[in-house]
Write a protein that binds this ligand. Structure first.
Ligand SMILES: C[S@@+](CC[C@H](N)C(=O)[O-])C[C@H]1O[C@@H](n2cnc3c(N)ncnc32)[C@H](O)[C@@H]1O
Length: 446
């Protein structure tokens, strides 16, 4: 780089300019202007399923390039202090979400004084003012007059009626608490608490904590938080990304650890020629049957769905299905347990069966020749000079990996880790498909 070469920043502003034009064009073709932060109605393009691919990509470029540009031009010491203080924002988000401040501000475009919000929520006026001012400075809520706050586009997601507020609480409560103990847990050679920061923080394993007196409410919030996560990350994309339409009639998909089977139910609604077998623990299978009877009685009447209880550590999956679909399971378990699950699936496969692991695949933060040349790997690589994994635009994937480490001592995996895990269980990697923020990793039997 010559002493006058500034292309490392001008290339970023070029990317931003082009992406902003793309964003404007996508909204224009839907007959709208791009909403401002003050726009309260939910409007267009709220979920990945409804967002055109060009818009998704442009938004990621803006997020990644703006962050990379700020980190490049600001003094490094200043950047590092800012990063180190970022935990204050989630702590404040938990306070306002549990206090339902967004609910109190609903239909009040002129806002309410913090004193009134405090008296209605039982919080201290001065402290709530400071909390709301910090959040407004980070663009969540708006300070309309000194000490008077109103909702904006971001704070509307904290309404108690919005599933996003539940995932915000999970991440800013249980998860933030555990991450405060990460260093202490990693550097303690005694492996006290099984090396799990959450246990050190609370005295309980994650799911046991939800059964304690102090954890009960958080346990009730957990399933809704999972729905919120799915709503934001595009659970409906599964039906569009994999070539389901080219599968023959009565193709059978076993939903391994499928919970109530809500994902394969959506898939069947989009592709009625497939059949589904839901497998999970006995008590969950009972719930699944009730769920399908209510939400999709036709599938039960026509015997398009079966429910078979099992323990995925001890029992083989149901024999001879065409697909074994494993969503959000392996991230919860270390390699030893994940191997047990996969081997029990492998045992049930016939020739021609496929395993589809639906999870998030971690990408490297460095450009490698394989990242753009492997024909089996269909994933989007960011344009230079951005990081190939879209940097900050996709950082929550890596943060979620930390969440798994802190809460459960489990992990997200890279593609080579998935391929290796598959190999140890008699499975050959076929293809990677991107499904919004998650991925499908397809395997066949070796
Ligand atoms: C994170 S949930 C994922 C559910 C579903 N696949 C989804 O994506 O919504 C994990 C699932 O694993 C199931 N599970 C946990 N231990 C199990 C076991 N030993 N045998 C079978 N299923 C189990 C749970 O009941 C739960 O439904």
């Amino acid at each position: 780089m010559s002493s006058f070469d500034n292309t490392h920043i001008t290339a970023l502003t070029d990317l931003i300019n082009k992406a902003v034009q793309d964003i404007i064009a996508e909204y224009a073709s839907a007959g709208r202007a791009v909403p401002s932060l003050d726009t309260l109605e939910s409007g267009l393009f709220q979920v990945p399923e409804e967002t055109p691919a060009r818009l998704t990509k442009a938004i990621q470029i803006v997020e990644a390039a703006c962050a990379q540009l700020s980190c490049t031009v600001a003094p490094p010491g200043s950047v590092m202090i800012n990063k180190s203080l970022e935990h204050e924002e989630p702590a404040c988000l938990l306070v306002v979400t549990e206090a339902r401040i967004a609910d109190l501000l609903l239909d009040k475009p002129e806002g309410l004084p913090a004193s009134e919000l405090a008296s209605r929520s039982g919080l201290d006026t001065r402290k709530l003012t400071r909390i709301l001012r910090l959040l407004a400075t980070k663009h969540c809520f708006k300070e309309v007059k000194p000490g008077v706050f109103a909702n904006n586009r971001l704070s509307m997601k904290l309404l108690s009626s919005d599933t996003v507020s539940s995932i915000v609480c999970l991440l800013t409560d249980e998860s933030l608490r555990a991450s405060a103990y990460l260093n202490e847990t990693l550097t303690d050679p005694s492996e006290r608490d099984g090396g799990i920061p959450f246990i050190r923080a609370t005295g309980y394993p994650f799911f046991d904590y939800h059964k304690t007196r102090q954890g009960l409410k958080k346990g009730e919030r957990f399933p809704r938080a999972m729905v919120g996560w799915g709503d934001v990350t595009g659970k409906g994309l599964l039906a569009k990304v994999y070539p389901w339409t080219s599968q023959p009639a009565n193709t059978t998909i076993c939903d391994v650890g499928g919970g109530n089977g809500h994902v394969t139910m959506n898939l069947m609604k989009a592709h009625p020629h497939i059949k589904v077998v839901v497998q999970d623990q006995p008590q969950v299978i009972e719930m699944a049957q009730k769920f399908w009877a209510k939400e999709y009685p036709g599938a039960m009447e026509k015997e398009r769905v079966q429910f078979i209880p099992f323990d995925f550590f001890k029992d083989a999956a149901v024999q001879g299905c065409d697909f074994y679909y494993i969503r959000s399971i392996l991230r919860d378990w270390p390699d030893t347990e994940s191997e047990l699950i996969l081997k029990n699936v492998r045992q049930a496969m016939k020739q021609g069966s496929r395993v589809i692991i639906h999870d998030t695949v971690l990408r490297d933060a460095v450009r490698t020749p394989e990242s753009s040349s492997n024909a089996s790997v269909h994933h989007d690589v960011a344009p230079e000079p951005l990081l190939p994994n879209y940097g900050v635009a996709r950082v929550r994937t890596y943060e979620l990996d930390m969440t798994m480490m802190n809460l459960l001592n489990s992990q997200m995996r890279t593609l080579p880790e998935f391929i290796e895990l598959g190999k140890r269980c008699g499975l050959r990697f076929e293809k990677l498909y991107e499904v919004g923020e998650t991925d499908l990793v397809e395997f066949s039997p070796i």
